[in-house]
Design a protein around this ligand. Sequence first.
Ligand code: AMP
Length: 281
Amino acid sequence: MSATLLSSQSELDQLHGAGKTIAFVPTMGALHTGHLALVTKAQELAGIVVVSIFVNPLQFGPSEDFERYPRSLDKDIALLPDGVFVYAPSVEEVYPGGQEAAPLLHAGSVGELFEGAHRPGHFDGMLTVVNRLFNLVKPDIAVFGQKDAQQVFLVRSMIQQQGLDIDLVVVPTVRETDGLALSSRNVYLSPEEREAAAIIPRAINTVVTTVKSGSATDAIASAARMFAEQPLVRLDYLELVDPATFLPVPENYVGAATLIVAAHLGNTRLIDTENLEIVHA
Ligand code: AMP
């Protein structure tokens, strides 16, 4: 036994007949333990769990890894627990008039910062597919990973702006033993890059520890120095943002903050995040 692949839109619609709460976990497949943590949370919260597996062309830039993104549907279905429903639509089902003609949702100014600055249009494509999948699956609950903090912020804003009746549940990041966040893109790393990638969680821990006794500026500076000493890793950004706005925290800010980081290892780009509290201005 494994998860059940839904073979048509009408099978998806029939799930609503049972009168049970539906929790939805959108993914791009190549599932790992991080995705499975989202599924476990969904199972705790709802009688029916739908996992979508869809590599969304709209959220990849022309020079990005859409073609080579790992795809392993059979393995993914086998990994998922019994009783879970898998929805793996084609591009035509998601974008009936063609992906070029799909009406785009706009992520606004926050969508142009950080990941959006590096990946123009990425968040418009992400919000468009999440919105479309919400319309198709019609969940009561949607489960996302904290690892993609900017994605969570923008999906939450979209739910609020559109007045959708969906509870957004966020699950903490699942990590390897050396702290590296699990990601479908980790398979791209060479053994040397994989080892070097541990600098990302180590730098995050440095910031988390340093802000307990010192200033946020000093904490960021010490973590940035760690990256400067690791030649295989090229830091893109390391920033503290206000979780309410996703904008960089102002000088002398005290309160809850989200640390966000993105770094390149060769052609692979990894992101990570941690929530913390700035206590010293
Ligand atoms: P993806 O397949 O990469 O689009 O991710 C699908 C969902 O899994 C997103 O909500 C991600 O934030 C979440 N996710 C990815 N990696 C992890 C992880 N290491 N721990 C927890 N959730 C994750």
